[in-house]
Design a protein around this ligand. Sequence first.
Ligand code: NAP
Length: 245
Amino acid sequence: MNKTVIITGAAKGIGRAIAKDFAYSGYNVCINYNTSEEQAKELCQELAKDGCNIIIYKADVTNRQEVDKMVDYVIGTFGNIDVLINNAGISEYKLFTDITQEDMEKMVNVNILGVFNTTQSVLRKSMLPRKDGTIINISSIWGMVGASLEVAYSTTKAAIIGMSKALAKELAPSNITVNVVAPGAISTDMISSLSKEDLEVLKEEIPLGKIGNVEDVAASVKFLASYEARYITGQVISPNGGLVI
Ligand code: NAP
């Protein structure tokens, strides 16, 4: 039977590339989206036309009721959930002293509480009863080394690494692995606010000499979900072109 994966924030950017990679590898895929409905529908049509098993589901990951309904819907459609990929996230460039409490709460809600909601829901409803599963959380190099002007973002992305390591220990006896993919600079809407000059400077700092693309991240995620990665848990893999070594 095909394995089933939920990918949060999968209508665009890195999540979209992950969804395509898993869909073309034969997984049943649930593409979660929040605001990008058109892109989610268009991706669903494209993949379904190619014979992939795809559903899309609108849920704000900060809203536990919506998340629980999505998880129930996926289990109702495909039977269970084998892989959860927590990809949805937001970022913001601001001086630390300009960050408002509202900014900070929004960042924590999406980037940390969102991961908590989907993970707890999927664990309770599918992975723990079956004693099987793989969870992959998308962090960032800035959660590993910190980024100036991105203190709020770095805080939440570091929290994802801590959460994943602790959870990996707690879930290992239940045969569930938890790992992190921490990408470097990847060409998506998230870095589109950077000027051409800033992007050039960034590129020069990357030993492999280029900004990464979404498929580079999807490849790491796919590996961690594969049978070959069955003995890996609590680890951070960072596709970053050597920017952080
Ligand atoms: P993106 O194109 O801006 O995509 C972000 C995704 O998150 C969107 O699909 C969005 O969904 C979803 N999202 C945001 N808030 C949500 C919510 N409340 N509920 C559900 N989904 C929500 O950015 P990206 O670069 O692909 O980022 C994907 C992940 O990679 C993020 O966790 C990011 O931190 C991480 N990352 C990115 C880079 C990079 O350089 N691009 C580097 C390191 C890590 P809707 O559009 O449907 O609202």
